[in-house]
Design a protein around this ligand. Structure first.
Ligand code: ADP
Ligand code: MG
Length: 844
């Protein structure tokens, strides 16, 4: 029978709310009994019916240990009524009523069986960690509950939850909280900032332990370290202190065999020190802890934009994480937390970790969503919407990898899904299987995961030692890394040996476990991971397939400048060995701020590739494009045939003469923009066009074809046809071509109704000026208008012609559209004055 834990105070509420609303948010401090007791409560009260409760855990280690604990409490064999399922390990049976799983497992189950048959309830544990898969599994579950499974119960549980947003998201949903019992925990900081303490973090931890025990500190000790390596170092360091006597020293992390994991959470008569990863932060409860020593570090999954992958590197934890860790010291009595960083540093730490959705590359999760039929990512019910840039980037990468096509997952994409890896590596390993180099590809993947293996700028001595051993020319920087790693491996990662070649020993050491991990996954997926001898070319092609979004071409031989797909530019790293290759893929793209604050994009981890490979591997992405442009200096059109990989031009071949249509179009553009002049497109032509426009406007019944801007453009193009040079068009006749727009009959109509010249009653034939949008006008000296009593008209007598009346000396007298009233009213008043001024002229 379970102990009376705080959670039992709200047992009835949990049951009542889940029965009524089917949704529940449950927040209670670590150790209250959420993970181990809530599933049992559901079972005990018969809420599960014939189905099971699935408890979603972010960590495999926690899933297994919690299942073991619950099985023990219920007195059943693990794997029967209570079981767990993590990737590649299924410890459940037909009898299983309580099943602990990791996040990916449930999502995969939902892809195959969206209705989740046999599942009565889902508990989302440790939800505050806001793992990507937790977020989207919750979203999918809500969908299913609303659409097909109104009976499905779900509860979101955590020690610290900002329930506000979540409550809205899950609405209608009840929130239950249990305050639990917590004792005060005192905090002690390092005096010096962590960076100024040159000792490794495990020695600092051992020191803290000694001080505590030496001063009579009581109870068990829990130490937080980022990973397996640091944990074993810490245990060794503590073992060497005289205070360690009488303590059992235990490690707790995911890579340990189950027996050792069990041992770490078991109870002993002796005092114990457990050195754990952040699995002990909130996922697992270790009783009796009075001292927490916190390194302040954890392995954190983050998107590394340089490498275009998610990495799991050691990083500083947030303030809120540190508070959770400290809380582990105050479960049974007042406690102490010793932080191995200074109070000042603490103030500068992030208050909280960003949710994974905001800090990870989304391509893996997008692929999973596509597989479960979610095509419209932007309409998905995200708890927190990812940035548009991340979504677009994920789609672009998946398209480049051939995993999705026009929004839908492809057959290759489905195969990739089987690998619990970033899609880049999944694609690379699939390719490696074809090329017989899975083993090597796993090493390449491991080498891109960690920090830089080779240090930069180590001086001449190191450079020449490197060249002797590693060579300086190769078709891939990876070959050099592989050789460097083998060297470090053969020298047991000794710092002195590594230093000679400028190899980062710690990084080198971390490659091994990653390599093993990739090999294990490859093996689990049935790939042939034996270390076969293969041609370099095979592995180069695999790297190309995994990084085809980073194909780069050298822009010239003299510099290291490159152009990349997706319109980016960069400079090949000086230390790269692929400098002889005009085409390569860059597995790393770093942005570095230069001296004058300008950002330099440095391409490294290069692998040479060939155009022929691109043709063979990406037939749909190779296109040849004819590119035509106007060269302003030579005033001529130039054309080239470009061979393109996606949007990256690989090579160019000049075409002479350029295609006529395109050349004419470009020349016409230049003319229309006013950058080239057509001397023969003169006033006459414009007049003719204005006449036509007038008739089109006023006499639609004539049905003459108007010449609008577009038509003007076609006329100019017609004019330019066959030309390549400005010289060719400069002298060309314009008017005949413009006039050919009209038939002979239409031209006659034009001449008749919008004549170039008018014939006045007095026999004069003045020229008419036409202007778009204005009425046409004539200008005459007053004598020339004698006997013209009515305003002349054009356009089938619908448009009066404005008359500009001038003096004999060509000075304006009046502008009018009413000649009759001019003669009648105005003329008599000015006549004598004019006659006096121009006595030699005839006045009547
Ligand atoms: P929560 O999920 O709220 O943090 P748990 O359900 O994990 O709480 O744990 C409730 C209590 O059960 C803990 O306080 C601890 O006393 C006990 N417990 C849980 N797991 C174990 C274990 N493996 N060994 C011993 N005690 C355990
Ligand atoms: Mg828990």
């Amino acid at each position: 029978m379970a102990e009376p834990l705080p959670i039992y105070e709200i047992e009835r509420d949990i049951i009542a709310r889940l029965q009524r609303d089917k949704r529940l948010i449950l927040s209670a401090p670590t150790g209250s009994g959420k993970s181990t007791q809530v599933p049992q409560i559901l079972l005990k009260h018969g809420l599960l019916g014939s189905g099971q409760v699935v408890v979603l855990q972010p960590r495999r280690l926690a899933a297994r240990l919690l299942a073991a604990r619950v099985a023990q409490e219920l007195g059943v064999k693990l794997g029967e009524e209570v079981g767990y399922q993590i990737r590649f390990e299924n410890c459940t049976s037909a009898k299983t009523k309580i099943r602990f799983v990791t996040e990916g497992v449930l999502l995969r189950q939902m892809i195959n069986d969206p209705k989740l048959s046999g599942v009565s309830a889902i508990l989302f544990d440790e939800f505050h960690e806001r793992h990507l898969y937790g977020d989207i599994t919750l979203a999918r579950t809500l969908d299913q509950q609303e659409k097909f499974r109104p009976d499905l119960m779900l509860a979101v549980m955590s020690a610290t939850l900002n329930a506000g947003e979540l409550k809205k998201y899950l609405s209608p949903c009840a929130v239950l909280a249990s305050v639990g019992r917590m004792f005060p925990v005192e905090h002690e900081y390092a005096e010096l900032p962590a960076y100024s303490d040159k000792r490794p973090v495990w020695e600092q931890a051992a020191d803290a332990f000694s001080r505590y025990v030496h001063c009579g500190g009581e109870g068990d000790v829990l130490v937080f370290m980022p990973g397996g390596f640091e944990i074993s170092q810490t245990i060794e360091a503590i073992r060497h202190t005289s205070e360690a006597k009488g303590f059992i020293l235990l490690a707790l992390h995911g890579e340990l065999p189950p027996r050792d994991q069990d041992a770490a959470v078991a109870r002993y008569d002796k005092r114990k020190v457990v050195v754990a990863t952040n699995v002990a932060e909130t996922s697992l409860t270790i009783d009796g802890v009075r001292l927490v020593i916190d390194s302040g570090l954890a392995r954190v999954a983050r998107y590394d934009a340089n490498r275009g992958i998610n990495t799991l590197l050691i990083d500083k934890i947030s303030q809120s994480s540190a508070d959770q860790r400290a809380g582990r010291a105050g479960r049974t009595a007042p406690g102490l937390c010793m932080r191995l960083w200074s109070r000042e540093e603490h103030a500068h730490r992030a208050a909280q970790e960003l949710p994974e959705i905001k800090r990870l590359d989304l391509s893996e999760v997008v692929l999973t969503l596509k597989a479960s039929g979610v095509e419209e990512l932007r309409k998905f019910r995200w708890l927190e919407k990812p940035d548009e840039i991340s979504l677009a980037h994920a789609e672009e990468l998946l398209t480049d990898l051939g995993a999705i096509h026009e929004n839908k997952i492809t057959a290759v994409g489905r195969k990739m899904l089987a690998f619990p890896l970033h899609p880049r590596y999944a694609r690379m390993l699939l390719a490696a299987q074809e090329y017989g180099c899975v083993h090597q590809a796993c090493l390449v993947a491991a080498l891109t995961q960690g920090r830089d293996l080779l240090l930069r700028n180590c001086g001449k001595e190191v450079d020449s030692a490197r060249e002797d051993l590693l060579g300086e020319k190769a078709s891939s920087d990876f070959w050099i890394l592989m050789r460097a790693w083998s060297f470090a491996f053969n020298n047991q990662f000794r710092v002195d040996a590594c230093r000679k070649l400028g190899i980062h020993a710690v990084t080198a050491k971390q490659v091994g476990p990653l390599f093993d991990q990739f090999l294990r996954i490859a093996k689990d997926e049935g790939l042939d991971m034996r270390p076969n001898e293969v041609k370099d070319e095979n592995l180069q092609k695999c790297i190309l397939i995994g990084f085809s979004d980073r194909v780069a071409r050298r822009m010239d031989q003299g510099t290291l400048r490159c152009e990349l797909v997706h319109g980016r530019r960069g400079v090949l790293a000086r230390e790269s060995v692929v400098q002889h290759s005009p085409l390569f893929v860059a597995a790393e793209i770093r942005e570095i701020e230069g001296r004058d604050r300008e950002v330099n994009t440095i391409l490294s981890l290069g692998t040479a590739v060939e155009v022929e490979w691109l043709r063979a591997l990406f037939p749909d992405d190779i296109k040849s494009d004819v590119h035509v442009q106007f060269d302003a200096q030579q005033k001529r059109v130039l054309a080239a045939e470009l061979l393109k990989f996606r949007d990256l031009a690989l090579s160019a071949k000049r075409i002479d003469p350029p295609p006529a249509d395109a050349a004419a179009r470009l020349l016409a553009d230049e003319i229309l923009a006013g950058r080239l002049l057509l001397p023969n497109w003169d006033h006459h032509v414009e007049q003719w066009l204005a006449r036509l426009n007038l008739l089109c406007q006023e006499c639609a019944d004539l049905q003459l074809p108007a010449i609008r801007d577009d038509d003007r453009k076609s006329i100019i193009e017609q004019l330019c046809h066959g030309a390549v040079n400005y010289k060719d068009i400069k002298e060309r006749e314009v008017k005949p071509i413009v006039m050919s727009w009209l038939s002979q009959a239409q031209r006659e109509l034009l001449d008749k109704h919008a004549p170039e010249r008018l014939t006045l009653p007095n026999g004069r034939t003045p020229k008419v000026n036409y202007e778009n949008g204005k009425s046409p006008f004539i200008s005459l000296r007053i004598q020339e208008l004698y006997d013209v009593n009515q305003t002349p008209k054009v356009a089938m007598a619908r448009v009066p012609v404005t008359v500009h009346i001038l003096t004999p000396g060509m000075k304006p007298i009046q502008v009018t559209q009413d000649l009759a009233s001019f003669w009648r009213e105005h003329y008599p008043k000015i006549k004598s004055e004019l006659a006096r001024k121009y006595p030699k002229h005839f006045w009547r």
